[in-house]
Each structure stands twice: as C-alpha cells, then as structure tokens.
Design a protein around this ligand. Structure first.
Ligand code: HEC
Length: 188
C-alpha cells in the first residue's frame, strides 16, 4: 500500500515485546471505546467496515506516538487519523430531520392524519374489518394526537403505520410528520 506508506512516512512499527502488546491493547480499547458510542453502535449496515476504519485511525494515531518516542514528529499521522474519524462520523450520522426550515403547521399534520389514519383509528372506524380502533389508539382529536405523538412519529417513521400502507401515505407526508415531531409536536 504505497499511499498508506507515504501517509505514515515509515513502515508500521512492529516489534515483539511490550510495545506490541501495548499497541494491541491501545487499539483494542480505542476501537471498543468508539464502538460504545451510540452512533457507531446503531450502524448495523457495515459494522466490519466501520471497525476497519476505526482500527486504521487507531493505528495512525498510535504510530504518531511511537515515532515521536523515537524523536520523529509526523503530524500527518494524527491529522489523517482524526480526518478518518471525522469522515466516518459524517458517513454514519443518522439522517437529520430538517428542523431548520419553516415551522410545520399542526393543521397540515392533522389533515394527513385524518386522511391516512382515522379510517382505522377512530371510535367508530370506517375501514372495513375494523369494529374498534386498533390497540385502542384513536387519532380524531388534537388531544388524542398529542397523547400519541411519540408513537405516531415512531410508527410513521418506520413505516409500520398505516398498516400495509393501506391508505397510501406518501414519503412527503411521513417527512411532514417527522418534522412536526422534531419541532416539538405542537397541537395548536
Ligand atoms: C388500515 C388500518 C390502519 C390504518 C389506516 C392505520 N393504522 Fe395504526 N394500527 C392499525 C393496527 C391493526 C394496529 C395494531 C398493530 C399491532 O397490533 O401491532 C395499529 C396500531 C397503531 C399504533 C399503536 C402501536 C403500538 O405499538 O402500540 C399507533 C400509534 C398507530 N397505529 C398509528 C397510526 C398512524 C399514525 C396512522 C396513520 C399514519 C395509522 N396508524 C394508520 C391499523 C391501522
């Protein structure tokens, strides 16, 4: 890996003895510490790739200290290590809900809920096959919506609701609900 060698400026420090053990322990703790962070932990897509990047960053940073101990100061090492970590953090950051934009009006959210949810989630559902509101969840009044706001955001966000998307909720409507919730789920 010529690129890596150029970045590091020297072959990786390998010797048998306490130094090797210290390296292994350092890198192990470093990686496990980072994996304990929620954002990293919640990334189930490519944990192996994440682990490799973390390990590489750990090696780069560790190599800086090893070389410095020998009187060589190579700032490129920790800088690349931190750059790798930053890139990783950006790559795996949970998708933010846009909360900076305009405030979502509750009337818009209520309109969506009326159209997509209330056929089932009403005291007297109009959806065929539903004699009662499923799980007792009714979403007809603003108070009922307020009481269920967290569950609404969760089930709409993970597409569990509307069940089977029977009422054909759009992604735009889901984003609207997510933004409304992120902005504080006001119901007036
Ligand atoms: C076609 C009927 C139907 C529609 C439309 C529907 N739901 Fe549901 N909903 C259900 C059923 C059935 C359950 C019970 C699911 C279960 O037992 O896990 C449920 C459960 C729920 C729950 C309770 C979940 C829990 O874990 O306690 C919430 C909250 C909910 N729905 C919200 C919504 C929202 C918000 C909408 C509209 C975006 C919606 N539902 C549209 C049928 C529907």
């Amino acid at each position: 890996m010529p690129l890596l060698t150029r970045m590091i400026g020297a072959p990786l420090h390998v010797d048998i003895g306490p130094g090797t053990v210290a390296n292994a322990v350092f890198i192990g703790l470093f990686v496990d510490g980072l994996l304990a962070i929620d954002a990293v932990d919640s990334l189930s897509d490519s944990p192996l790739a994440v682990r490799i990047v973390l390990m590489l960053a750990g090696v780069l940073i560790r190599q800086f200290f090893v070389l410095r101990h020998r009187g060589q100061v190579r700032w490129g090492l920790p800088v690349s290590g931190v750059a790798l970590l930053t890139a990783l953090a950006i790559a795996i950051a949970p998708k933010m809900t846009a909360t900076g934009g305009e405030k979502v009006a509750f009337s818009a959210v209520q309109g969506v809920i009326k159209e997509r949810c209330v056929a089932c989630h009403a005291a007297a559902p109009t959806q065929a096959g539903f004699a009662q509101p499923p799980k007792g969840v009714m979403l007809e009044t603003s108070d009922q919506v307020a009481a269920n706001a967290a569950k609404i955001a969760e089930t709409v966000g993970n597409k569990y609701m509307p069940i089977g998307n029977l009422t054909q909720m759009t992604d735009g409507e889901r984003a609207l609900v997510a933004t409304w919730y992120a902005q504080g789920a006001a119901t007036r």
